[in-house]
Design a protein around this ligand. Structure first.
Ligand SMILES: [Zn+2]
Length: 81
């Protein structure tokens, strides 16, 4: 319900995902993720997608493999409560 709060942490999250966050911002996000479940899920999801893309470009996987592995990761992440 706290829209401003959520926007602030989404921005932080995006910085970290993009690798543009400072060490301080990174620490801040990590601390925040421990207490904010929605950010934690979003972080895991974004990170997973980003890692999958990176790995699959190197490993030369097919788009279908990529879609499957992302789908699996999303299911795994969604089942983490
Ligand atoms: Zn948050």
């Amino acid at each position: 319900m706290e829209v401003e709060q959520n926007q602030a942490c989404t921005e932080l999250l995006l910085l970290v995902i993009d690798g543009q966050a400072t060490e301080e911002q990174h620490q801040e996000l990590m601390k925040h993720l421990e207490e904010c479940e929605s950010c934690r899920k979003e972080y895991l999801l974004s990170k997973t997608i980003k890692d999958s893309l990176k790995n699959h470009i190197k490993v030369n996987g097919t788009p279908k493999d990529l879609a499957n592995s992302i789908q699996n990761k999303i299911s795994e992440t969604a089942s983490l409560k």
